[in-house]
Design a protein around this ligand. Sequence first.
Ligand SMILES: [Zn+2]
Ligand SMILES: [Zn+2]
Length: 137
Amino acid sequence: MKNAQEHLISKGIHPSHQRVAIMDYLLKHRTHPNVDEIYSALNESMPTLSKTTIYNTLKLFEEKGAVSSISIDEKNARYDAFTQPHAHFQCIQCGAIYDLDLNQEPTLSDETKSEFTILNTQIYYKGICPKCKTPEK
Ligand SMILES: [Zn+2]
Ligand SMILES: [Zn+2]
C-alpha cells in the first residue's frame, strides 16, 4: 500500500499537510468513514481543520479518482480510499460496512455498454456480518 503522500502525488493532487492527514486516515481506516467521523478523528491533532475543508478535500479527491464515495448509508456519503473494484456489505445489525472481494468484475452486455457511458459502479449487499452472526450448532 502506498503512503498517503505518494498516493496523492500519483493522482496529481498537491500533498498539503491537511490533505495528507485526511488521505492517511482513509488509507488506515477501511471503515468507509463519513465527514463527521474524519472530523472527530482529526480534530484533536488538527484543530484548524474544519468540516467544510474535509468535505471540499474529499470532493477534490473524488474528482481526481483518489477516493470513491459510496452511498450505501442513505444519510451520509462515506468515503473509500480503496479504489479497485469491490463490493460493499452493510450489516443490518451493527451497521458496519465491509469491503467484499469480487471473483470477477461485473460485466454488462455489449448492447448496454454501447448505449450507456458508465462512470461509476457500486455493488451493495446487506445482511448479517460475521461478528453479529450467532454461531450455528
Ligand atoms: Zn454486524
Ligand atoms: Zn470499500
